[in-house]
Write a protein that binds this ligand. Structure first.
Ligand SMILES: Nc1ncnc2c1ncn2[C@@H]1O[C@H](COP(=O)(O)OP(=O)(O)O)[C@@H](O)[C@H]1O
Ligand SMILES: [Mg+2]
Length: 289
């Protein structure tokens, strides 16, 4: 099972939304991490064949993205997904199954199987307009799984979920990644930190990191420092280094967490680098990294 992107590029006029992206996906969960505007949705829409690349190629087991067989292997939950509020969850799935050309008896069986898998079995006959954000997203995943896809693509599926729903969601994604390629985009580190075998970090249309969590973190290993300084010393340090975290302490002191190649000041201690550090390093406001 191999989904291959070779120098995939998308240009909107002068704007390069995706710049020569090359990735080879195999079975497992992939987390596509990047701030708003990084190019995640553009990349995903090209992988799903709804947007043509300006240049570059996308293929699954050597089958081109434009081929019908590719479509059959794909499940997709778009970022803006339209539900039918008056439909029940079950009717909605049967409706989408009909659109996808799944035969009726088979559709019914598959719909119930999926409702069970996303823990909506008891809510199958309730109208979607009564659902919470998390329930809607789970239903969205169920519809993307109707054709039992080998590639499952979810664009910002955790948007609007509360912390409890997020945990439920993460567990579900882990299971789905056991026998297929799952790609999910997010701008929230904790959504993918512990479930994605491979993390892809995208910034300004480019893939700036790809690898396991530890591989990616190693880029800033030994460069994360913490210190507690007086207000005026803190101001000086803030001018010199990218600051990841700043907290006012008692007696006018300031706690700083920052990135620096070398020890930034006598008071500084090395801290354990995290994926959150890396993310903030690249994406905090005014960041020029
Ligand atoms: N149809 C479009 N026409 C012009 N620019 C676009 C279009 N879609 C997206 N963009 C621009 O491309 C960049 C990437 O957008 P997008 O792929 O939606 O990023 P993300 O999903 O990471 O937020 C943004 O700067 C966005 O404004
Ligand atoms: Mg997007």
């Amino acid at each position: 099972m191999e989904l291959e992107l070779d120098r995939v590029t998308k240009q909107y006029g002068n704007k390069t939304a995706c710049d020569r992206i090359s990735i080879t996906f195999q079975k497992g969960v992939y987390g596509l991490l990047g701030a708003n505007g990084a190019g995640k949705t553009t990349l995903i829409r090209m992988i799903c064949g709804v947007l043509a690349p300006t240049s570059g190629t996308i293929s699954f087991n050597k089958i081109d993205v434009s081929h019908e067989d590719y479509r059959d292997a794909l499940g997709y939950l778009p970022q803006e997904f339209g539900y039918y509020p008056e439909f029940s969850a079950l009717d909605f799935l049967l409706y989408i199954a009909a659109l996808k050309g799944v035969p009726k008896p088979q559709a019914k069986e598959k719909a119930w199987e999926l409702l069970k898998q996303v823990s909506l079995e008891k809510d199958a006959r309730k109208r979607i307009k009564t659902f919470s954000g998390g329930m809607k997203q789970r239903l969205g995943i169920a519809q993307s799984m109707l054709n039992n896809p080998q590639i499952l693509i979810l664009d910002e599926p955790t948007a609007g979920l509360d912390p409890k729903e997020r945990i439920h969601f993460r567990n579900m994604i882990s299971c789905l990644g056991e026998d297929r390629i799952v790609l999910l985009s997010t701008h929230i580190v904790s959504d993918i930190e512990h479930i994605a075998g491979t993390i892809l970090v995208m910034k300004d249309g480019s893939l700036i990191h790809q690898g396991t969590r530890n591989e990616i973190i190693s880029a800033i290993d030994g460069k994360v420092w913490e210190c507690t300084l007086s207000q005026s010393d803190a101001i000086d340090i803030c001018k010199k280094y990218p600051v990841i975290n700043l907290r006012q302490e008692s007696a006018g002191m300031v706690f700083l967490r920052l990135i620096s190649e070398e020890k930034p000041c006598a008071e500084a201690f090395i801290a354990q680098a995290t994926l959150e550090d890396l993310y903030l390093y690249y994406f905090s406001e005014g960041s020029e990294q």
